[in-house]
Every structure is written in C-alpha cells, then in structure tokens.
Design a protein around this ligand. Structure first.
Ligand code: ADP
Ligand code: ZN
Ligand code: ZN
Length: 729
C-alpha cells in the first residue's frame, strides 16, 4: 500500500505547505481536509491545518516526519472556506497558512479542542422515558417539569425562567432517579421574527429583487440616501433567508460605535443573533464562531474579520456602508473584507447586498457596468424629509474659534426650539500644533515626522502616529518665551468654546479620546436619546450610522481640508464624509438643516453635494479616474519597507526595482518616502506599482514578494505588500 502523505498548512511566514506522514495508527478515512493536526516543526509542536492527502512528496518518504496527533473528527473549515482562503492568499500575496488561521478563532488556532456546544441542564434518563406525564400528580411543580421533559426531552438551566419551571422540582426528579443533571447539547432556538414597520414601495421592490436572487451568486448595490431605510431592507431580506432555514452574515464598519444597529437586529430576531468584533474575549469568540458553524444562531453581525466566519448554511451576506475604509485591514493580512465577501458569495452561490448612501468608486463602477444590480432608495423612510443645505462662505465671515456669526445664530435658534445640534470637526485634541509666538519653535514628535497635538485638559502633547506623549511645556524650550500658542482647531477646543458660549446647554464631545472606555459611547447615546437640547461635537465617529431623531442642525466647521487633499481619493472621501454627517440631520418628524463652512462655496463638488447629487459626484470622480487610469480603471499595489536607519529601506527597494524585469504595462514608481517619512522611529519607503491590467500587476508583485522574501532578511527591515491600497501612507 502506498503511504498517505498529508499536505499541511502552518501559520508561518514561509509561503509554502508542508508534507507529513499521518500519525502512527491514524485511519486514512478520518483525514478530511479542514481538520487540525499537531506536527513537530523545528523544536516545537505546532497546530496545522490539513489541506489534502496525496501519494507522493518532493521529499523522500524517509525524510518526512509523522504528525503527532489528529485534533478533530470533522473539518473545521468547509471546502468553500478553504477555497476562499486560497483565493485571498493568492490575491493579497499573503501566506496561505496565515490566511487559513485567520478563519479560525484564536483558541482553535492554538490547538484547543473544538468541544460540543453544551450548557448545564437536565434531561430524562431511560427510567424517566417510560413514565406517563401524569406521574407525580401530588407534586404539581414536579409534574409540570416532568411533562415539559417528556415533551422536549431536555431543559437548559438558563431556560428555567422562560418555561416557568422550578429548579427545586427538577432536583427532586433527579433524586427520584428519573432525570439526570448533565451538560445538554444546545439546539437552534425556534425561528421567531418580530413585526417591523410596513415597507414603502422602494423598500419592497428592493427586498423582492434580492429574494429573486436567493440560492445563487447575485451581487446587489443597495444605494439609498441616509435615512431611507436600508436597514429595514436588510432585516426583511434576512427574514426571507431565515425562513428558508439559512443563515445571514451582516458586516458593519465598527460595532462599538453603533450599538443601535445591533439592538435592531436583536429585536427583530430575538435570541438568534450573535455579534463578532475585536472587543470580545477569546472565549466569546470561540462561542460565537461555534454557534454560527453549528447553526445555533441565525444571524452574525460582525466587523471586518467576521467575513471569515464559518456557517452551517450561509444564505446571504450584507455589507453595510460598503464604502467604509475600515473594511480594509491596514496591517498584516491586508485584505478588504468587502471584496473578500463578494468572492465568498460567489464561491457559496448566494446573494450579497452592498449597502451605502455613498457607494465607493469601485462598487459604483461595478454597478454601472451591470456586474452588480442596483437597487435605489431615494426617499427617506417614515415621515422624515431630506435636510436643506447652506454653504457658508467663510471669506465674508468673522470667526470665533472657528465658528462664524451666522452659524452661532443658527445654533441659538435651534436650541431655543428645544432641538439638538451636531458640530462636526474631524480632528481630535485641542489644537493640532503648538508653536512659540516669539521664535517660531514647533513641538514635533521625536519619533515621527509630524507635529505633536495639544491635549489641554490632560495638559499633554500627544503624537497621533505613535505612542509618544510629553508634558505640555510652560515655556518655549528654544527661547524660554511663555508665549506658546495652540494653532488650529480640534474637538476639545470647540468643546471648550461652546461651553463658554452656551452656558446652559450640555456639550458632549464624542471622539476617540472621550469614548475610549467600554460603555462610554452607550452613555453618550443614552443622553442624546433622552432628547434634551444639547450640542454634540465630534469626529467621524458621530457621522456613522447613528439615528439621532432630535438633531435638527448639523454644522461642518471646516470642509476645506478634504477638498484640498492631494490624495486622489480625497474628493471621494470628502463627499462621503459630508453626506454621512449631513445624514444625521432631520431623521424624524423635525426637518433638518446642514450648514457647511468653507472658503470654496463654488467648488463643483460642494455644489453637487448640496443638491443631493452624489451620483453625479461619483460619475465625475469616475471620469477623472478613467482618464488617469487610476482605480477602478487601473490597479495598484505597494511594497512598503521601513528600517531604523534612513538608508536601509530605500536602498533595498532600489535593488528590488533593479531586479524586476521591465514588464510591459506595469509602471513602477519609487522608491519614495510616504507623506510621513518617519514613524515611531522607523524610516519608511515604498515602491508603487500601477497597471491597467490586474494580471500583469499581480505577476510583477509576485516576483517582488519572492525577491523580498529572499533579500529582506539580514537587515533590521520590515516589509509588506498591499494590494488595492486605500491610502498612500
Ligand atoms: P438607513 O439605514 O438607510 O440610514 P434606517 O433603516 O436606519 O435607514 O431607517 C431610518 C429610520 O426610519 C429608522 O428609525 C427606521 O426604523 C425608520 N424606518 C425605516 N423604514 C421604515 C418604514 N417603512 N416605515 C416607517 N419607518 C421606517
Ligand atoms: Zn520660542
Ligand atoms: Zn510619533
């Protein structure tokens, strides 16, 4: 008999699979792809994932080691999931073993057993099986418990209250020897779908369209203005999926910021929803993952990494706010969860809904080309109306700490009517720079090429790109002058100003600094939800997905930073941000106003935005990108490198550039320093690759990665490759 050889993926940066012989005594039939094995690797024992069984190895049989043990009886990953990881590994040029391990919760990666999902409870034992439901009639509580067990076989401790059963009665049945107290296997809860609002015509059309695509790969763009009821479309489509006995995956940009969406799903599908995000403990992650894979829950809501969750029977994927940049992982495995989700839907032959008020250029292009079917929601749901816009020309205005007189008057008017106001400024801290009025000294970070940000309440200077902090100096370190001034505006400064200006109104600052603690955001949301007049001042955290029915005025303090950006994605990001933040105004029965302060009121992008024509903005952006062969018309990849010395990274990338044969159709730019050339004490450099053909780009980058793998060793260098990069820093 020929020996079976196991092809095993390990979580190592080595870009290859490893051959092992089966453990002594293992049955070949138990060796299905997707199970875990422990294998000796170097001096250690590590967990690996079996990908295949073959009959020959490039190494001689006598060179192969035996695997130590088989950890699972059934595959942890389905063939589709393995295929998805293979695809991602290939597409993002990331080691396959590492990609596969991303699809497992941390405990399983470490080789812990994949225990059955059980919980403490009681079940009838063989003696109890024979009893008739009327037994123990003289002890009514016991009789009730027995009747329940005869009907359902089992009851969980956590469900006693739900069924009105008494613990003492069950214990009495245990002492009578008819019931066992044991670990009970969990089962899916009964399908229960709560009633939602009556859908409007557009929503119904959208739900019907998606339902036509069930059971096959069909991608949809759900393009709906903010407040148009996209979430209701998701909920209704998911309801249809659940009735088919299938499960749904809902990806959201950030869960901690939007507990509201989670609450709405739980209300609609009680006891059938689990959330997966980075804030969970390893134990909670394992539980959630197992619940999804065993079909114990029906809906997973999760952030980026949830795209690799295993399901028993996945029937639909929703990507909410599909344009959001947080779907792209910015380190390690630099995948886009949205793009992986589309691939997954294709591999699993299921529909996928990409929802947004401001679709990304990539998705818009796919929709325009007919690869995605577009579903439009153009009206606000319920009684809410679209907000009206006002562009405030800053050139004609007096400014007080960034607020124009006109804006301050409008704010007063809204407060007088008992409403809430949202002030948007996408910069946290007090001031983005500290300078000496007398000599021009500037507080720079010692480790990065950036300015330190003034945080006045904490009396510190902070670098927003590394961990560096310093005491706020009392006098200039260069000339000793005490005339140090914070230059520019941050949310903390706006908060201080508003507190002095609107003394009787609560001011809530909502940014990364004030929401760091667990539950902080919930507290803010509860205060806002109480409906009292208030001013919320905050960063993009406030712009995302929230439903604030009492906010009638949204003020954008400074629209210009985004308009002047040099990044080719600047206009797209600015438009998306402005529309998202404007969308917080007038979401209920009170009409909303959006005031945008700018020095460029005639800017074509702003003009289109205030007329509510994101589609035209998008078409213009696409036309520009097309002319310049920028994404989605051309493809990009970056090889990044950094080192503790200034020369290491650019020298290595220069050599890489020389090594690469000139491939027609691939444009290599660099090595260049990114906008922040030094970060956390490391000097950075990068090579940018552009091509109108993805195949050519991929081929060149594959060679680049192989070369870096070989040559980036001896140096104290770090390097990475980024496919479809979202930013150039
Ligand atoms: P979006 O996700 O598009 O921003 P939501 O789904 O959050 O919009 O809906 C905005 C508000 O309108 C929510 O409070 C929601 O409950 C309500 N809503 C949605 N659809 C309807 C409907 N058909 N009838 C009444 N209210 C609705
Ligand atoms: Zn000075
Ligand atoms: Zn720094």
């Amino acid at each position: 008999m020929t020996e079976a050889i196991l092809e095993i993926a390990l979580a190592t940066p080595l870009r290859r699979l490893f051959d092992y012989l089966p453990p002594h005594g293992a049955q070949a039939v138990t060796l299905a792809p997707g199970i875990r094995v422990t294998v000796p690797f170097g001096q250690r024992m590590v967990t690996g994932l079996l990908l295949g069984v073959k009959s020959t190895s490039e190494l001689g049989l006598d060179k192969l080691k035996h695997a130590a043990a088989v950890l699972d009886t059934k595959p942890l990953l389905s063939p589709e999931m393995i295929e998805l990881c293979r695809w991602s590994s290939h597409y993002y040029l990331y080691p396959l073993g590492d990609a596969l391990f991303h699809a497992l919760p941390p405990w399983l990666r470490k080789g812990k057993p994949d225990k059955d999902s059980c919980a403490p409870g009681w079940q009838l034992n063989p003696r109890g099986q024979g009893l008739n439901p009327g037994a123990f009639a003289r002890a009514p509580r016991q009789q009730q418990a027995l009747a329940h067990l005869i009907q359902h076989q089992r009851v969980l401790q956590s469900e006693l209250g739900l069924h009105g059963l008494s613990r003492a009665a069950l214990q009495a049945l245990v002492s009578k020897g008819v019931v066992d107290q044991t670990e009970v296997m969990l089962e899916p809860p009964p399908l229960e779908i709560a009633q939602g609002p009556q859908l409007n015509h557009e929503q119904r059309t959208a739900v019907t369209a998606v339902c036509r695509g069930l059971g096959q790969f069909s991608p949809y763009l759900l393009e709906g203005i903010t407040g148009s009821g996209k979430t209701e479309v998701y909920l209704n489509t998911i309801a249809a999926i659940l009735r088919r006995g299938e499960q749904a995956l809902v990806l959201v940009p950030e869960i901690g910021l939007t507990p509201q969406i989670q609450a709405r799903f739980e209300e609609r599908f009680p006891g059938q929803v689990v959330t997966l995000h980075s804030g969970l403990s390893d134990g909670e992650r394992l539980q959630g993952w197992q619940a999804a894979r065993r079909g114990l829950i029906r809906v997973v809501i999760g952030t980026r990494s949830a795209v690799l969750t295993s399901f028993r029977c996945l029937g639909l994927i929703v990507v909410d706010e599909e344009h959001d940049t947080s779907y792209k992982q910015q380190e390690g495995f630099r995948y886009s969860a949205r793009d992986v989700a589309v691939k997954r839907a294709q591999l699993e032959s299921i529909p996928i809904v990409l929802g947004s008020a401001t679709p990304s250029a990539e998705t818009m292009q796919n929709a325009l080309q007919g690869r995605y079917q577009t579903l439009l929601l153009q009206q606000r749901a319920g009684s809410a109306r679209a907000p009206s816009y006002q562009l405030l020309d800053l050139r004609e205005q007096n400014l007080l700490e960034g607020f124009s007189d006109t804006l301050l008057q409008a704010m007063q008017g809204n407060l007088d009517q008992g409403n809430q106001i949202l002030v948007f400024l996408n910069r946290r801290g007090f001031a983005p720079a500290l300078i000496c009025h007398d000599c021009g000294w500037v507080a720079n970070c010692q480790h990065c090429d950036v300015r330190m940000v003034v945080h006045r309440r904490l009396r510190i200077l902070k670098c927003h790109h590394c961990e560096a902090q310093a005491q706020l100096p009392h006098s200039c370190p260069a000339c000793g002058s005490s005339r140090l001034v914070g230059v520019g505006l941050g949310t903390e400064r706006s908060e201080a100003f508003l507190q002095s200006r609107f003394k009787n109104t609560p001011i809530m600052r909502i940014d990364r600094d004030t929401t760091r603690h667990k539950g902080a955001m919930d507290k803010f949301l509860a205060r806002i939800g109480s409906g009292q007049p208030a001013i919320l001042v905050g960063t993009q955290m406030l712009a995302k997905g929230h439903h604030f029915p009492r906010v009638t005025l949204v003020a954008v303090l400074d629209a210009d930073a985004g308009l002047c950006s040099t990044d080719f994605r600047g206009p797209e990001r600015t438009a998306q941000m402005l529309i998202q933040v404007a969308g917080r105004a007038g979401r209920a029965d009170r009409p909303g106003t959006v005031i945008i302060q700018t020095h460029f009121p005639q800017h074509p992008l702003l003009q289109l935005l205030i007329q509510g024509r994101y589609r035209q903005v998008s078409e213009q952006i696409l036309a520009e990108r097309s002319a310049l062969q920028l994404p989605p018309f051309g493809y990009m990849g970056i090889v990044r490198c950094d080192a503790p010395d200034p020369a290491g990274a650019p020298e290595l990338l220069q050599k890489l550039r020389h090594f690469l044969p000139a491939q027609t159709g691939v444009n290599v730019i660099g090595p260049l320093a990114p906008p922040i050339a030094r970060r956390a004490g490391r000097y950075r450099s990068q090579l940018l690759f552009k091509s109108p053909r993805r195949g050519n780009l991929h081929h060149t980058l594959q060679r680049a990665v192989a070369w870096m793998q070989e040559h980036a060793k001896g140096y104290r260098l770090r390097w990475s490759v980024d496919i479809d990069p979202q930013d150039s820093i």
